[in-house]
Design a protein around this ligand. Structure first.
Ligand code: NAD
Ligand code: DAU
Length: 362
């Protein structure tokens, strides 16, 4: 088992990364080391999501660095200053719809950014004879979308051929290939995980579940793309992150691990379920909310179905999901109902001022 000491988390102010850091530092994960969170704080980054962590661990075991993964100087400085032994690379442009409207930033961040990070890790970890020092690992967080779109049958496994279909998934596929190339070419110890749709607290309300919850609470329309019969496999963010921790500790270098919820839902069916939960908890009239469902123009190139076969990580790393969907979804709705300040800050754009108020860039 690897011992993790100084972890560089990229994109730790985003949805999955912030949950990853909080659990790593506050739960009984066995981790005793330090976390450096490098985040550019794009529209999707919200440093306030980790205010509690900053207050408890800031300057001791948690270090926030405001910066871009495309910036080589910042990267090499972090590797040297914090003696990084583990990289967990979450930072990315992550929203498919935005990639359709403006693909370029996806290529910069997801492809060039990953390339820069790989170069920085290689430079920091390479010994004089060209070999890589012991005990280091670069873990790349990726998506099931690299495998394309399924018909009614079948699952994506680690050996499914890549077939990305949106600018987002093409950029993630490209970054996955670069990570594997650094393993084969330079011997950089790497692992890759490809996960299905995450849900849970702190997700930016452009993604289906938080968008629908907030629209319901605000009496807005609920936009369903096309016929709403597209299928996604939903997994709680904590189950995803538990799998990532196992990979960091016991994953085999050069390997890919698929992570999924084994929990397929048609979008429209999921929306009906969500309406029931939200109406029940927030005292809204279900019939009135149902009438706000609005079928809108479909997403261009919309993938029809994703489903993950996660036998490998279950068998090889003994990973098990903890959350059943009903409970996880109900907890998520509770979180959005109980965290009004976070939501108001996101809705108003106030969260973008965190950096001016709390931090001096070096
Ligand atoms: P997110 O959009 O919520 O967060 C992304 C974070 O990366 C933000 O904090 C943002 O400020 C930061 N970032 C963006 N560009 C950056 C740059 N150039 N330099 C430094 N930081 C930058 O994303 P998420 O949903 O938390 O996803 C995290 C990772 O997980 C991504 O790599 C995504 O592809 C992958 N993933 C997401 C899901 C999902 O359902 N959300 C599922 C599978 C895989
Ligand atoms: O599968 C993993 C991927 O899941 C991650 O790699 C991505 O980063 C993450 O954003 C997510 O991608 P999706 O495109 O599946 O997620 P999104 O929440 O945007 O949409 C989920 C489904 O709901 C999809 O079929 C599109 C549909 N949708 C979405 C929105 C925002 C709607 O019908 N209406 C909407 O308003």
């Amino acid at each position: 088992m690897r011992t993790l000491q100084n972890i560089l988390v990229t994109g730790g102010a985003g949805f999955i990364g912030s949950n990853f850091i909080r659990t790593l530092l506050t739960q009984d994960t066995g981790f005793q080391g330090r976390v450096v969170n490098l985040d550019e704080l794009t529209y999707a980054g919200n440093a306030a999501s980790l205010n509690d962590i900053q207050a408890e661990f800031g300057g001791k075991r948690y270090f926030f660095v405001h910066g871009n993964i495309c910036d080589n100087k910042i990267l090499s400085g972090i590797f040297t200053e914090y003696n990084i032994d583990t990289v967990v690379h979450f930072a990315a442009e992550s929203h498919v719809d935005r990639s359709i409207l403006g693909p370029e930033v996806f290529l910069h961040t997801n492809i060039l950014g990953t390339f820069n990070l790989l170069e920085a890790a290689k430079t920091a970890w390479q010994k004089n004879d060209g070999s890589i020092k012991e005990g280091v690992l670069f873990h790349h967080i990726s998506t099931d979308e690299v495998y394309g779109s399924l018909g009614a049958e079948g699952f994506f496994s680690e050996t499914t051929a890549y077939d990305p279909r949106s600018p987002y998934s093409a950029s993630k596929a490209s970054s996955d290939h670069l990570v594997k190339a650094y393993f084969h070419t330079y011997g950089l110890p790497v692992t890759v995980s490809n996960c299905s749709n995450n849900y849970g607290p702190f997700q930016f309300p452009e993604k289906l579940i938080p968008l629908m919850i907030l629209n319901m609470l605000e009496g807005k329309k609920l936009p369903v793309y096309g016929d709403g019969k597209q299928i996604r496999d939903w997994i709680h963010v904590e189950d995803h992150n538990a799998a990532v921790r196992l990979i960091l500790q016991n994953g085999k270098s050069g390997e890919t691990y698929n992570i999924g919820g084994e929990n397929e839902w048609e979008n429209i069916r999921l929306l009906h379920k969500l309406i029931e939960i939200v109406c029940d908890k927030a005292g809204l009239n279900k019939d009135t909310v149902m009438q706000t469902i609005t079928h809108v123009t479909d997403r261009l190139g919309h993938d029809r179905r994703y489903a993950i076969d996660c036998t490998k990580i279950k068998n090889e790393l003994n990973w098990k999901r903890q959350f059943d969907f009903e409970t996880g979804l109900a907890n998520t709705v509770d979180w959005y109902l109980n965290n009004k300040e976070w939501i108001d800050n996101v809705r108003s754009g106030e969260y973008r001022n965190w950096i001016q108020k709390n931090y001096t860039r070096r």
